[in-house]
Design a protein around this ligand. Structure first.
Ligand SMILES: Cc1cc2nc3c(=O)[nH]c(=O)nc-3n(C[C@H](O)[C@H](O)[C@H](O)COP(=O)(O)OP(=O)(O)OC[C@H]3O[C@@H](n4cnc5c(N)ncnc54)[C@H](O)[C@@H]3O)c2cc1C
Length: 374
């Protein structure tokens, strides 16, 4: 689109998570007027870490946000997969480190620091908190949003970046509900001083036991580590109850140091949730409304690609708007660029467990992990 057409564009982003914040940055750099509407009165993230892949970091470089993210993260060279007791299974450099003009490593970051860095590079006044979207009306070349606080907004382009339970998706594109994976994730951040020597460098390690995986992600710049236990469970309540004894039972048979870390955890700081994803949806856009991030393609976390995909979506959407002759054409181009990749990630991430592990825990029950194409 021509520069004058882009600067005339009025864009509303629903959701100030990673995807919404990144899209707001990328699209405002094109010159468009961008407003972000977030339901929460304060944007917060759970205490856990994630790895930002080289391609994600390169997008930040393009948007001038690299330093904001780099200064609250640690560069990492590789990831390693080990058995429950620490015997190595595989070790691999993060893919993509040498794909860019400058060497670009994966960066390990605390989720709270990440959202702060993304929101911190947006112009003052762009994000409107306390705006929970209740209804969206697609009027062809524009759309109208109605919020629970009584406010309304109209835009030439609406981006539904409102997460796995997306209202935009449900009202315009698919009313299918999220699918329970048959997993629980227990996530916490603890001091490296209490890591029993398990944090030795800046690299990510996954320990695989029977029906349980443990992800240990160092946050050296904070003298902390992120500790994520993912285990098979039949309890589909979004925020399942859990005791220290339950947790200790889940890590039985793991390296004694891992068991000790769990023993020391302060349960009040552990985020417990059942894990859900969505089935791929056929269409992500109309002529003036488009889905992005988890709203479009929520996936299980085994590949560590959900937040990364949301950032890549934001980049692809900005590229498409710049290259295409109209918003409608750009949205089609964006979907055709991104959907094959995220469809595949959704599929692969459902294959995190051996068939017999899943069948043992869920005989005859439908979850996303035992409903996979094998
Ligand atoms: C256990 C676990 C571990 C994970 N680990 C990783 C990892 O290592 N690496 C990785 O890349 N990804 C990981 N992910 C996935 C990652 O967290 C998500 O893919 C990512 O948060 C998606 O970002 P998003 O902006 O699309 O959605 P969200 O982060 O869900 O943000 C959506 C935003 O929209 C707002 N919102 C929702 N509804 C409304 C409404 N009606 N009106 C206004 N605002 C609304 C929400 O409040 C929120 O701020 C993990 C996920 C889980 C569950």
């Amino acid at each position: 689109m021509k520069t004058s057409e882009l600067t005339d564009l009025n864009i509303a982003v629903v959701g100030a998570g990673y995807g919404g914040a990144a899209a707001a940055k990328a699209l405002s750099l094109l010159g468009a007027t961008v407003n972000v509407y977030e339901q929460a009165s304060q944007v917060r993230e759970v205490g856990a870490g994630i790895g930002l892949r080289p391609s994600t970091m390169d997008r930040f470089r393009q948007w001038g946000s690299f330093n904001a993210v780099a200064k609250v993260s640690s560069p990492s060279d590789y990831f390693e997969i080990l058995t429950a007791t620490g015997e190595p299974i595989m070790k691999e450099a993060w893919p993509g480190i040498n794909d860019f003009a400058e060497e670009t490593k994966t960066h390990l970051i605390h989720r709270g620091d990440f959202i702060e860095a993304l929101l911190g590079v947006l112009p003052e006044g762009m994000v409107h908190l306390g705006h929970k979207l209740e209804a969206i009306e697609d009027k062809g070349g524009r759309a109208v949003l109605t919020f629970a606080n009584g406010n309304t907004a109209e835009a030439d382009l609406v981006i539904g970046a409102d997460g796995i339970k997306s209202v935009v998706r449900k009202q315009l594109f698919s009313d299918k509900e999220p699918v329970f994976s048959g997993e629980h994730a227990y996530r916490a951040v603890a001091s490296t001083d209490h890591a029993y020597g398990m944090v030795v460098d800046d690299n990510f390690r996954m320990y695989i036991g029977s029906r349980t995986k443990i992800y240990l992600l160092p946050l050296r710049h904070r003298n902390q580590m992120s500790f994520d236990i993912t285990t098979l469970s039949g309890d589909s309540s979004w925020n399942p109850a859990m005791t220290k004894d339950d947790l200790l039972e889940v890590v039985e048979g793991f390296d004694e140091r891992i068991v000790n870390i769990v023993r020391d955890l302060d349960l009040d700081t552990v985020n417990c949730r059942a894990v859900y994803d969505i089935d791929p949806i056929d269409v992500w856009h109309s002529d003036s409304v488009v889905l992005l991030g988890d709203a479009a393609h929520s996936m299980l976390h085994h590949q560590g690609q959900g937040a990364n995909s949301a950032i890549m979506d934001a980049g692809a959407l900005a590229d498409a708007l710049q290259d295409a002759e109209s918003v409608a054409v750009a949205l089609a181009k964006y979907q055709s660029t991104r959907k094959p990749e995220t469809d595949e990630l959704q599929r692969i991430s459902r294959q995190g467990w051996a068939e017999d592990e899943v069948d043992d825990v869920f005989p005859g029950q439908k979850t996303s992990t035992n409903n996979q194409e094998k």
